[in-house]
Design a protein around this ligand. Structure first.
Ligand code: AMP
Length: 548
């Protein structure tokens, strides 16, 4: 027997309508290339989204057309999110930090019809346009006064495009499984793979992201997504913020300018922000050096890479900010786990507390986790057994776009193989020890490069650290610690090894330490160990020539 409840599809149109009607007066503040503080309200954003949807119709963009965006976080990008997806098209966010060849590949693979771009990326697209013949035209996200001269074919100005359009639009009644967005993973090997989101997953993710033990979002919050809107929809925050009616504060192109970020936080009343650890480093350093407060910030969602303990402690002790350590993937819309307390964990202290803080937290309702050994046997949640992490759930991709059946990451029974290696404790706290391909195997045992990096970064002179396995004749592999020192700070190899002694198992202590000016990062701000290994070329560990 079926229940007798209304059959309303889960669509972003529903979130948009709710936000406009119930929170129409809520503010959205943006830094853009043409305005240091643009401000307007939800009602204005969705009125302009309707004009934009009319403009897309006039441009002849087909239903399901992929519409590309190369843009920072700002109000025009938000308008595009809703206008494209709610009119039944697919918002394909492109990471402008990718190599030109990768952008060319994904624009052609996605078959983007139109591309909306910030002024800053016009020169990049001019180089690429001839190699992307399927793109019908480019819309530069600015006003007539700031429209650059360009050789882009069919170049239009955003404000001119929507200016004369009606602000009424009959949003189509979409099936909740209609594709809404497309984001390519920045895979380190092979071509990027497309994750095709749908409305249902985006809505469920927005609800789940807002739960008290996820990001705990409310209409009283001011949200500053530093994580780019081209990286998994800024972790879903532009949808969750509209759902709950929170103020949105967008940093535009200034997301790596700590002074502007601190200004936005204090002047715009930001209570929660989100980003990868690499954006937090300069923000914390700036606040420390200029003795600035980050009030009223109270939570910071940090994910994308492991958050070092020292970073959580500095946020907590200096700024009273609770770090919500989160783990997820492009394939997971992206949230999988968040580290929030349980009744039991809130009483923990000492090492137990530290171990919990370092974990990536517990599964968000809607996501199931399991860990398996090499023979695909499930491992216990005892905090000790380490294995391959597999997931399934309400907002996880079931295949890759135009690669159906060939992605290699989905098992026949539907579980998605994340490529991460972790343990899970009896309370459900999951701790990532490595990417499967970065695991260091020494004498048949695994050494966690993430734990070593976290501990090294706790040393006062270390700005950033990477640990990789290097071939060793006796032990198979041994760890090498590569560090970037903070400006003006000194530390020797011996001092760093001494720092690790007692903080990690003796046999984990790296065989060598290398000092470098910088470490390579991927387009999404993660350490690129692939590139680091290339840079290190034929480096040999001291004593690795014979068995020692
Ligand atoms: P992406 O799809 O680019 O967002 O990358 C997803 C990958 O980033 C995951 O599979 C993890 O390897 C890594 N990752 C994300 N969050 C964390 C975290 N909190 N700690 C450690 N690794 C993380």
């Amino acid at each position: 027997m079926l229940g007798l409840m209304m059959d309303m599809p889960l669509t972003l149109t529903m979130i948009m309508r709710h936000g406009e009607r119930n929170h129409g007066m809520q503010e959205i503040v943006s830094v853009t290339a043409d305005n240091p503080r643009h401000r307007y309200r939800f009602a204005d954003a969705f009125r302009r989204a309707r004009k934009l949807a009319n403009a897309l119709d006039r441009l002849g963009a087909k239903p399901s057309a992929r519409i590309g965006t190369l843009a920072w976080n700002d109000y025009r990008h938000l308008e595009l999110y809703y206008a494209i997806s709610c009119s039944g098209r697919v918002c394909h966010t492109i990471n402008p930090r990718l190599f030109d060849e990768q952008i060319e590949y994904i624009v052609n693979h996605a078959e983007d019809e139109w591309i909306f771009t910030d002024v800053a990326f016009v020169p990049k697209l001019e180089q690429l346009a001839a190699r992307c013949p399927g793109v019908r035209g480019y819309i530069v996200m600015t006003d007539a006064a700031h429209m650059p001269q360009t050789t882009l074919p069919n170049a239009l100005c955003y404000e001119t495009l929507i200016e004369g359009e009606a602000d009424r639009y009959d949003w189509p009644e979409l099936d909740e499984k209609t594709a809404s967005g497309l984001c390519y993973t920045s895979g380190t090997t092979g071509n990027p793979k497309g994750v095709l989101y749908n409305h249902r997953a985006a809505v469920l993710m927005a609800y789940a992201a807002s739960l008290p033990d996820t990001c705990g979002l409310s209409a009283t919050d001011g949200i500053l997504p530093i994580v780019p809107m081209f990286h998994v929809n800024a972790w879903g925050l532009p949808f969750a913020a509209v759902l709950v009616g929170a103020k949105l504060v967008f940093p535009g192109p200034t997301l790596s300018n700590p002074q502007i970020l601190a200004d936005l936080i204090t002047m715009e009343g930001v209570t929660i922000s989100a980003g990868v650890p690499t954006v937090c480093l300069p923000l914390l350093a700036y606040a420390r050096e200029s003795a600035r407060s980050l009030a009223p910030l109270s939570r910071f969602v940090i994910g994308g890479s492991a958050c070092p303990l020292s970073m959580m402690e500095e946020f907590r002790d200096r700024h009273g900010v609770r770090v919500l350590h989160a783990w997820g993937m492009t394939e997971m819309s992206p949230l999988g786990t968040v580290n929030a307390d349980t009744r039991a964990s809130s009483a923990w202290a000492g090492d137990e507390r530290i171990a919990q803080m370092l974990s990536q937290g517990r599964a968000i309702p809607g996501v199931e986790l399991k860990i398996t050994d090499e023979d695909n046997r499930e491992l216990p949640w005892d905090g000790v057994a380490v294995g391959a992490l597999k997931v399934r759930g309400l907002w996880i991709c079931r295949d890759y776009y135009r690669l159906e059946g060939q992605g290699g990451a989905h098992e026949p029974d539907g579980w998605f193989v994340t490529g991460d290696v972790c343990s899970i404790d009896p309370h459900g706290f999951m701790r990532i020890t490595d990417r499967a391909k970065d695991v260091i195997k020494s004498g048949g045992e695994w050494i966690s490069s993430i734990d070593l990096e976290n501990t090294a970064v706790g040393h006062p002179a270390v700005a950033e650290a990477a640990v990789i396995g290097v071939a060793h004749p006796k032990w198979q592999e041994r760890p090498l610690l590569v560090v970037v020192l903070k400006p003006g700070m000194q530390a020797t190899r011996e001092e760093l090894l001494e720092w690790l002694d007692g903080r990690v198992a003796k046999w984990w202590i790296p065989d060598d330490v290398m000092f470098v000016a910088d470490l390579p990062h991927t387009a999404t701000g993660k350490l690129s160990k692939l590139e680091l290994r290339k840079r290190l070329g034929d480096y040999r560990l001291p004593g690795a020539s014979g068995a020692d």
